[in-house]
Unconditional design. Structure first.
Length: 82
């Protein structure tokens, strides 16, 4: 093998190594991006669920007070009307 062929083979191996390195970096960036996207989605879903739970708690809290007031009001009306 001549020195020219050896240099060409070395350059080709170097190019292949650089290409593999770029592909690995690209895959790493994609993996990072996918993880960030997944974390963002999970965070958003969690926030929605927390908001739903808070709304549900407020609903029951207010409905409890309204029902309590209705019961007391009906008792008072019974005493005043009779």
């Amino acid at each position: 093998m001549s020195s020219v062929e050896a240099v060409e083979v070395a350059l080709e191996k170097k190019k292949e190594a650089e290409q593999k390195m770029r592909n690995a970096e690209k895959q790493e960036r994609l993996a990072k991006k996918n993880v960030e996207t997944t974390v963002r989605k999970i965070k958003k879903q969690t926030q929605k669920k927390v908001a739903m739970v808070k709304k549900r708690e407020e609903f029951w809290k207010y409905s409890f007070w309204i029902m309590t007031m209705v019961v007391f009001a009906s008792c008072w009306f019974k005493y005043f009307i009779i």
